[in-house]
Design a protein around this ligand. Structure first.
Ligand code: FES
Length: 175
């Protein structure tokens, strides 16, 4: 699928790279790839890191990895779909990714995730029965200074509390 997107929409990569330039998580991922000298055989390690940072692997992220490692998008997508430990974009209309890295954990991320779980009656990695919200976990998204951080539909939000997270979820569910 991602290969088709890349072929049909050559401008897509430009958009992805512009988006990436404003998101610290892409920078961290790039540093990780650099550590592996952008080696193509480091693809699985790179995808692991990408999932840790973003909570799941979405098309734009796979396209970014394929561009940086100079691999065909179809190869990156193939690997991401082959291994069960990779999660592709969840089916929820909205995504809530709670960072459970050390800094966020220490600052109360566990309480945030418990409140969301209780409110939605789902566990991390699951989507509500009405497909409205998917809940995921990330491990250090590079925003430790504003811990605990939660990413709502791709937007990193600082200093989350159980109350603010539940409020956001309720807004989505009410729509
Ligand atoms: S531990 Fe959450 S941003 Fe670093």
């Amino acid at each position: 699928m991602i290969a088709t997107i890349a072929q049909k929409k050559p401008g897509r990569l430009k958009t992805v790279l512009e988006h990436a330039s404003g998101d610290k998580r892409f920078k961290i991922l790039e540093v990780h790839m650099k550590k592996h000298q952008f080696r193509q055989d480091a693809l699985i390690e790179v995808l692991h890191k990408a999932q840790e940072l973003f909570g799941y692997l979405e098309d734009d992220l796979l396209l970014f990895v394929s561009y940086k490692l100079k691999l065909p998008p179809s190869r990156v997508y193939g690997v991401a779909t082959f291994y069960h430990f990779f999660t592709l974009k969840p089916k929820g209309e909205h995504t809530c990714v709670v960072c459970m890295g050390t800094a966020c954990y220490v600052k109360g991320a566990e309480k945030v995730i418990s409140a969301v779980q209780e409110n939605l009656k789902i566990k991390p990695g699951e989507t509500t029965a009405d497909n409205k919200v998917s809940l995921l976990i990330a491990r250090c998204i590079g925003a430790c200074g504003i811990a605990p951080a939660v990413v709502y539909d791709g937007t990193v939000t600082p200093r989350a509390t159980p109350e603010s997270a539940v409020e956001q979820i309720k807004k989505w569910v009410a729509k």
